[in-house]
Structure formats: C-alpha cells, structure tokens
Design a protein around this ligand. Structure first.
Ligand code: NAD
Ligand code: ISE
Length: 336
C-alpha cells in the first residue's frame, strides 16, 4: 500500500522532508502540500506533482490525504494536530510539539480521548546511529553509575528572527529529549546560565553562547552549551561520564584527510546533513506503522509534553537566572 501524505509548512525542514519522500522513503507519496504563503505552495505543488492548499484544515480533511505531516512553525502545531486527530488521521509533527506545556496538555487529553496513539514527534536524534550506540553502551551498564553528562549544541549561525527563548524551546529541546531517552529518567531541575561574554557574531538581542544546567531524578548533572553562531559548522556533542568508564559521540565524518595542513575531518554544515540518516529512519518508521496497521511508535505526544514542561522551567530561568524545578506528572497508560 502507498500512504498518501499531506505536508504542511514548506520552509527549510518541510522541503528537506519533501525531497526525502521523493528520493528515500518507501510506500509513501506526497499528494498534497500546504503553506499560508500561496506562491510557495503553488510552486512546490507544481514541482512535486501535488495539490496545493493554503488552509491546513482543508488539506487535513481532504480525501487526497491519509496521513498528515506537520512542518509549520511551532505556534501553528496545536491547531493542526487537533484537526488531524478530529479527522482520525495519523500525524507526524516536527518538534516542538507546542511552544508551551499547557498547549501540549490539550494534545495529550485529545489523544487519550481518541484512545490510541496517533502522533509521532520529530525528535529525530532517537533514530541517529551515534546516539543509539551511546544508549546501548549505557543500557549494558558498561559505564557503571552515571555521574555527569556534557553536551554541546552548535549551529553555524541562526537567522535574525531567532530569539533568545528559542535557544531553550527550539534548540535545547533536542538535548532535553535525548537526555531522558539515554538515561531512562526525567529531568527535575533547570538553570540557564548567561555567560558575561558573547560572540560578536550574534544579533544584539541574543546572548550566545548560553549554558544550561539540568539535573535528573537520580542526580545526574548535565551541562549543555548552546552556541548557535559558532561559525565553523553544525556540531553536536555528547559525553557521558560514568563511575567506571566514559563514552561519547565520535566525530561523524567517516574519513580523515591527511595533507600538508595536517589531519582533518569534514564537519556537517547543517542539521539536515548531520542527521540525514536519523530523519530518513524516523519518517520511514511513521510510514511503516501506518502501512503495517501498527499503532504509531517513536517519540510521542507525552515525550513532547514532558520536554515542554522542562522548557517552561528553562524559560523562567532565562528570566531570573535561578534554578527552577520541574514537576513530572504520572504517565497515562496510553504512553507506557
Ligand atoms: P521555516 O520558517 O523555514 O518554515 C515554516 C513554513 O511554515 C513557512 O513556509 C511558513 O509560511 C509555513 N507556515 C507557518 N504557519 C503556517 C500555517 N498556519 N499553515 C501552513 N503553513 C504555515 O521553519 P523551519 O525551519 O522549516 O521549521 C519548521 C518546524 O520544524 C519548526 O517547528 C522547527 O522547530 C522544526 N524543525 C525541526 C528540525 C529538526 O532538526 N528536527 C530542524 C529544523 C526545523
Ligand atoms: C532547529 O529548529 C532544529 O531543530 C535544529 O535541529 C537545531 O539544531 C536548531 O538549533 C533549531 O533552530
């Protein structure tokens, strides 16, 4: 069977996923595309042989669409997810689930009312071979008791409309999710530290870099460097410090070049390059669940809700510099 996909939001990641559906993903076809920018919707529809829509709810309810793929901006997610749930259609949504935990809670309630999982969230790092290898090492107990983690999230640059808050609820969201995934426990406190020095490359409204300190239920302390104008490339780092051993993501390049300049490795230029395999796998998982009649799997609305709770605390800390605790509600059976 071929799943007919309706894709909403034809910006940077939306177009990357469109190419993926065309070139990589099996058993799916993008039949409809939607963007509030009508010129963009028309041009992309023509390029991909899809039907153009300018209103998400019309596209979601169209017979052309079996499943909904949301790549619009965060503030538009809630309404589009709820429309897909109302139509009983499976939905893949790019992170964040929603910009606030209160909105995410509405999604949890709506999915619970439906009675089974309908949503996969775009936390693609859970499909990345490097992070999966880290998780395997941790789960085997090779490190002993985990004590610390050091993370870095470096982007070469960000556009002018990237706000200080986005360092927490757009970029650090990825670490917040992957920390829970790797350590099998929740984050219980957050503190955002604003170093006195900032890069001259950042816009005036940004403090860049930032350091975020997380603590988990068992007391693992994690520092996350958010440096979104690092200039040299898209560089994601993660080192886990255990009592017996230490493990870390390696450089992602598969080769080393030796020359008169010394030994060098290629560094990815963007998330699309760094996480290409992870994106391919997460999207194929979504399509396969639908095709095989399985309940949707992978990162859930619940994961998105918990991340949003941590982000809310992070945003509060961004204001006052203090440590903010996160209270984690008990997990409904639907997400066990
Ligand atoms: P973008 O600004 O490049 O594109 C967003 C598109 O959505 C624009 O074309 C805009 O016109 C359209 N849009 C906005 N509101 C809409 C609405 N109500 N209905 C239909 N279309 C609408 O943004 P982007 O960088 O592509 O990011 C999109 C989403 O993907 C965000 O949630 C972002 O956090 C996420 N994202 C995830 C990753 C990842 O690594 N998983 C990477 C980049 C972006
Ligand atoms: C962007 O939205 C992403 O999700 C990227 O993966 C992340 O690295 C970047 O900082 C975000 O702005």
């Amino acid at each position: 069977m071929t799943v007919n996909i309706g894709l909403i939001g034809l910006g940077m990641i939306g177009r990357d996923h469109l190419k993926r559906f065309r070139d990589v993903i099996a058993n799916a076809n993008v039949t409809a595309v939607c963007d509030i920018n009508q010129a963009v919707a028309n041009a992309v529809a023509e390029e991909y042989g899809a039907t153009a829509f300018y209103d998400a709810s019309q596209m979601i309810n169209s017979e052309l669409v079996d499943a909904v793929f949301i790549c619009s901006i965060g503030p538009a997610h809630k309404e589009q997810i709820l429309a897909a749930f109302n139509a009983g259609k499976p939905v893949f949504c790019e992170k964040p689930l929603t910009p606030t935990a209160a909105e995410s809670r509405e999604i949890i309630q709506a999915e619970a009312k439906y009675g089974k999982r309908l949503l996969q969230l775009g936390f693609m790092r859970r499909f990345d071979p490097g992070y999966l290898a880290l998780k395997e090492t941790i789960d085997k107990g090779e490190l002993g008791e985990i004590l610390l983690m050091h993370c870095a999230h470096r982007n070469p640059s960000v556009p002018e409309n990237y706000t200080l808050e986005m360092a927490v609820n757009d970029s650090a969201t990825h670490e917040i999710d992957i920390i829970r995934f790797l350590l099998n426990e929740n984050i219980v406190s957050v503190r955002v530290d604003k170093p006195r020095k900032k890069t001259s490359r950042a816009c005036a409204h940004l403090q860049d870099p930032l350091i975020i300190i997380f603590e988990t239920e068992s007391g693992v302390r994690i520092d996350d460097e958010l440096f979104v104008n690092c200039n040299y490339g898209y560089d994601i780092r993660c080192e886990v410090i255990g009592e017996n051993a230490i493990t870390a993501l390696t450089e992602q390049a598969l080769t080393v070049t030796r020359s008169l300049a010394g030994a060098s490795r290629h560094i990815a230029a963007s998330c699309m390059e760094r996480f290409a395999t992870a994106y391919d796998r997460e999207v194929q998982n979504f399509v396969d669940c639908i095709n095989n009649g399985r309940e949707i799997s992978g990162p859930s609305s619940w994961d998105g809700y918990i991340v949003a709770l941590v982000c809310d605390a992070g945003l509060a800390s961004l204001q006052d510099g203090l440590k903010h605790n996160v209270t984690i509600p008990s997990r409904p059976a639907l997400y066990s």
